[in-house]
Design a protein around this ligand. Structure first.
Ligand SMILES: [Zn+2]
Ligand SMILES: [Zn+2]
Length: 133
């Protein structure tokens, strides 16, 4: 199934032409910044299956996992669209909220529960990891 998405203002658009490898909630402290205090909902996908139109800006940092990461966002509206471990050429992350139709995507895994707040609701049917699996 081909999925499409983009940033809130429409300046950045992408096409995903592969099924997701995984759908994960991430409670790492970095994701809490991007997701406004909540967990980020992340689609792990093959990089080769993503085609992007429009200009993204990136910010590089070292994540809690120790991985060097690049987070890409629309410079006009600020929407976080992608993140990727710079050492991992195979996979990247799409922020599920940027899909045109996010309703069809259901998480099955939650990671970094160690840094989730006490009020976080974790579905017991999800695979759960206290830190980076
Ligand atoms: Zn935008
Ligand atoms: Zn995270």
């Amino acid at each position: 199934m081909v999925r499409t998405g983009g940033c809130r203002c429409g300046a950045v658009r992408y096409v995903l032409d592969a099924e997701p490898i995984a759908v994960r909630l991430c409670w790492c402290r970095d994701c809490q910044y991007w997701a406004c205090g909540n967990a980020a909902v992340n689609l792990i996908v093959p990089r080769a299956a993503v085609t992007v139109q429009g200009e993204l800006r990136g910010w590089n940092s070292v994540a809690d996992s120790g991985n060097a990461m690049r987070r890409s966002f629309c410079p006009a509206c600020g929407t976080q669209v992608f993140s990727e471990a710079t050492a991992n050429a195979e996979r990247m992350v799409i922020r599920v909220g940027t899909l045109d139709e996010p309703a069809g995507i259901t998480p099955d895994t939650v990671i970094w529960t160690d840094s989730a707040p006490a009020w976080a609701t974790l579905d017991p049917s999800w695979r759960s990891f206290p830190r980076q699996p």
